[in-house]
Design a binder for this molecule. Sequence first.
Ligand SMILES: [Zn+2]
Ligand SMILES: [Zn+2]
Length: 747
Amino acid sequence: MYAEVVVDIPSESAKGLFHYAIPAELECQVKVGSAVLVPFGTRELTGYVVGFTPTPDVAHVKDIRAIRGDAALSEQMMALAAWMNRYYTCSLGEAIAQMFPSSVRRGKARAKTESMVELVIPKEEAEILIASMERKAPRQAGALRIILEKGPIMLRRRLNNAPGSTPGAVRALIQKGILSETQKEVLRSPIKRTSKTGKSVPVLTPAQDKAVTTIIRSLDQESPKPFLLHGVTASGKTEVYMRAIEAVFAKGKSAIVLVPEISLTPQMTRGFSERFGQAVAVLHSRLSQGERYDEWRRAERGDAKIVVGARSAVFAPVQDLGLIVVDEEHENSYKQEESPRYHARDVACERARISKAVCVLGSATPSVESYYKALHGEYNLLELPHRVEMWGMPTVEVVDMREELAEGNRSMFSRSLSQAISDRLERGEQMILFLNRRGYSTFVLCRECGYSMRCPECDVALTYHAAGSNIRCHYCDYEEPVPSVCPNCGGRYIKYFGAGTQKIEGEVKRVFPRARTIRMDTDTTRRKGAHETIVSKFQKGEHDILIGTQMVAKGLDFPNVTLVGVVSADTCLNLPDYKAGERTFQLLTQVAGRAGRGDKGGHVIVQTYSPEHYAIELSQAHDYRGFYNEEISCRNEGQYPPFSRLILVVVSGKSLPAVERHSLCLVRAFRAQIKSAKQWKKTRILGPAPCALARVKGMHRWQILLKVDPEIGPNDHNKLIEEMQNACPLPSYDIMVQVDVDPESML
Ligand SMILES: [Zn+2]
Ligand SMILES: [Zn+2]
């Protein structure tokens, strides 16, 4: 038999199956799902065994060189990889590679061991020996006495360094055959393995109870539908997850819990290990390679039955999967922004389907797509409409920045926000000032009337490209000159928007010189652990004002925070993205959710030039359903998801004419394809057009956006992409084409 192997390199020429012979010494180890080292051209690469064949397709078959790691992927994981290969149009090798820790892929996976020493002679004999050695070899006698007391097995390192012993003495005892040395594997552990703290478990609210019961009941179903758990902020979703996991655990099955940001994991993992002790493993990219490898193997061997982690934990090799939880399912950090461009929520649903497990998607602000599925019977909807502990929802005040300008206030803080800040400072309460990180200054907004320039066709914000004096739609390439006065009111305060966290901090310091501020953004959290340090300092009350980007919006719990200020809701509202409205609603709701988590109540101030926008009005009213209704009708009108499946094709390269030429070639190929069969009738092609980020690191970027009928299966859209690639071979190594199915961000 010969092994059929796929390799993990992006090159087109490496996409297929390759046949290798299996050397006799590896015969029992090589299985479907094994990672192997194979010769490939002049190199050696990591490949994955996907099958066996009696007839190789080349005359001279090379040998598999070695096996990497001792675990092979399960049949179910192989099926999941095959689905990713079709749905995301990535190579099978790329998909499988996601399922192994990088140390296995790179052949660097090594278990960490420590030397142990063991007393191998009977105790009585040892006591006689001690007496006889006391004068000639006092250190050896000392070492022997220690292991007699504390042994019979102990760490060699500990015995070496114990008072009365020396490394030399221990070595001598081993040489004499009095002690024997063995290697014991030690696990590198990313979390302090607390045993269960018998902390009292909270009493469930009626809504929580109902959700838990419904989920538990479905655990025994043959093919349960995914659940969408829609619970307002602080409604106790985590407790629902925990109870469901307890039930899964009791059946001897495993569970995976996905959380959106690495930085959130410590809080979550602490909670889970307090409840489930040693059974919890953690997987995320900030672990060291060794830690990750060990946690991965604990899950693979069934030692850890609950895996908590970020996006990649969706591939945790747990045995007998019973439940996958995707917390904050709407978060775009679940989308991987490099190939394979998978969305962990969708992979979770598919994995659960293959494993006949239950999938629970939780959010205070579900994505429009998920809520649509819940209303149309594809998911089951569960609701937690109230906060626990009788906390009220925070009050939200929307400040119209046009009026501030009209009354002569040109500062970035409205009078209302300034007043609120100084009140809190006086009372010694804490506050958060929030700014959207992606507010980069490319949209055009009138500060007098709030009018912003949008594409008449696509209804996305037009972006300013510094190269020309034009603003453009990066979906369809519509273009117009930058107006010098507002087309709506004739006002002159029309400007490119944007302020960073640093600028806000400067302004706070100028207006409130005695306020103690701390910043949390990509600059201040680059170092490992920096995020936790900031959180804990703020929690301890060492600062009055936390200034930050979306990081502060997520999951953090600050009981002393009574004010949240959103400095500019417009930066998010005017992202050149059809999801701008949804993102704004989600962000405002999540940010507001940080306020009023204690007994003092909470107040939120949102500053905006578009107070009448439904995303802002309805977040003020905490009205998700109302927001959904508005948003879904916009989506329907523009044929955006869930009414279409988007496929984004980005062409990049150093030469602008070459990028443009290749983009046009692709569009022609798509048009020809789409005309060829009836099923593509509903497909729309937008572009080619320069991306919103038209140039990154010297590379020009153009995009083509396909809106495909969502009823079309992944096999078919995969074929469309393949045909397109065949019709337009890459002209040179300088040009790159990326395909992103269900893109989360279109910048
Ligand atoms: Zn205007
Ligand atoms: Zn357009």
